[in-house]
Design a protein around this ligand. Structure first.
Ligand code: NDP
Ligand code: GDR
Length: 327
């Protein structure tokens, strides 16, 4: 019998790529999605996998529906990728972010402990927990210092995952993932905002791109490779936490420059700095050390920064050439 995996956040960037990977590996994939006025399965449609997924109603705000979903589908593995994941919004909606991104993890761990504590659990932790960084590069032992309500909420979810592992001997692990991007990245995040703008400018649909802080440094990898690391973390003999990162850092400005260059444009002709996109507190420098994942999971990032920028620009140029297909 093949395994069953339940993925929360299936409609997001990582959920879509992870579902594709697990289907390819022969898993039954249960897609836990929240109710919205319109279904948000565009990414799954784009990968052509929607019909292969068993969907279940699921909201991180509601404990009862988690218990029922776990009882009904009896997954071997649960990947908790759902979250209010946009750092900027977390400053506007800190309490909701805390409830979904933080306390939601406790609800899900409790539901698993109640229904079947043998279920393996993956928590989507983040480099945002390092925030005001205490060391460069950052690894699994670097102290945390979150700089946003999102980072604080994720830190709670992270420690709850560690705590359930230590208290109840559950196979629960936390992947501390640095930024990872793709053509399926949400358009509010800076990389996709940039590549979509480049494509629209190239096609004469947009005249300028308004951005905030161009000096922040991020360790950007390719999302498709990162979901393979999530799966590998749940296949070990014993649960542990792992950093996934490229080990390279670049400024937002470097991303902007590379993206415009990939389309034959000069970024300074189009970019406008707008204080509306500057955050109350910033994470200035993220640079991950993925040595542990390399040694124990055999995981290594393959796509370079330039390749990532180019593949995102190319995908958006193609989408924009097909009107109404890129929202
Ligand atoms: P996305 O923002 O693309 O996806 C978030 C998902 O969470 C969506 O499917 C969304 O559903 C779902 N969701 C939001 N609120 C709820 C809720 N109340 N109940 C159930 N589902 C909900 O995120 P990514 O795919 O980029 O990231 C996946 C996870 O990894 C997130 O937890 C993120 O915080 C974390 N992470 C991401 C990194 C990155 O660089 N991408 C790096 C490190 C961590 P809907 O479609 O309905 O909005
Ligand atoms: P981040 O990603 O906050 O690192 O969180 P985001 O792409 O939103 O910001 C990256 C950096 O770019 C700067 N920036 C802007 N950001 C946005 N979104 N829009 C702008 O116009 C803009 N101008 C400059 C930001 O200030 C920041 O420094 C992402 C999310 O996926 C989290 O869920 C995840 O945990 C972390 O990555 C790792």
């Amino acid at each position: 019998m093949g395994k069953t995996a339940l993925i929360t956040g299936i409609t997001g960037q990582d959920g879509a790529y992870l579902a594709e990977l697990l289907l390819h590996k022969g898993y039954t994939v249960v897609g836990a999605e929240r109710r919205a006025s319109t279904r948000n399965r565009a990414r799954l449609d784009e990968l052509g996998i929607t019909d292969e997924i068993i969907f279940t109603d699921f909201d991180l705000a509601d404990q009862g529906n988690m218990v029922r979903a776990l009882e009904k589908h009896a997954p071997d593995e649960v990947y908790n990728l759902a979250a209010q994941s946009f750092v900027a919004l977390s400053f506007e909606q800190p309490v909701m972010t805390g409830d979904i991104t933080g306390v939601g993890v406790a609800r899900l761990l409790e539901a698993i402990r109640t229904v079947n504590p043998e279920t393996r659990f993956y928590q989507a932790s983040t480099s945002e927990m390092f925030g005001k960084v205490q060391a460069v590069p950052q690894n699994e032992t670097t102290p945390f210092y979150p700089r946003s309500p999102y980072g604080v909420a994720k830190l709670y979810g992270h420690w709850m995952t560690v705590n359930y592992r230590e208290s109840y001997d559950m196979y629960a692990c936390s992947g501390i993932l640095f930024n990872h991007e793709s053509p399926l990245r949400g358009v509010e995040f800076v990389t996709r905002k940039i590549t979509l703008a480049v494509a629209r400018i190239k096609h004469g649909l947009q005249r300028e791109l308004r951005l905030g802080n161009l000096d922040a440094k991020r360790d950007w990898g390719y999302a498709k490779e990162y979901v393979a690391g999530m799966h590998a973390m749940l296949q070990q003999a014993a649960p542990e936490d792992f950093v996934l990162a490229t080990g390279e850092t670049h400024t937002v400005e470097e991303f902007v420059e590379a993206a415009f260059e990939a389309a034959g444009l000069e970024w300074r002709d189009f970019v406008v700095i707008d204080p509306a996109f500057v955050r109350p507190a910033e994470v200035d420098l993220l640079l991950g050390d993925p040595s542990k994942a390399k040694a124990k999971l055999g995981w290594t990032p393959q796509t370079s920064f330039r390749e990532l920028v180019a593949l995102m620009v190319e995908a958006d140029l193609e989408r924009v050439a097909r009107p109404l297909s890129y929202a």
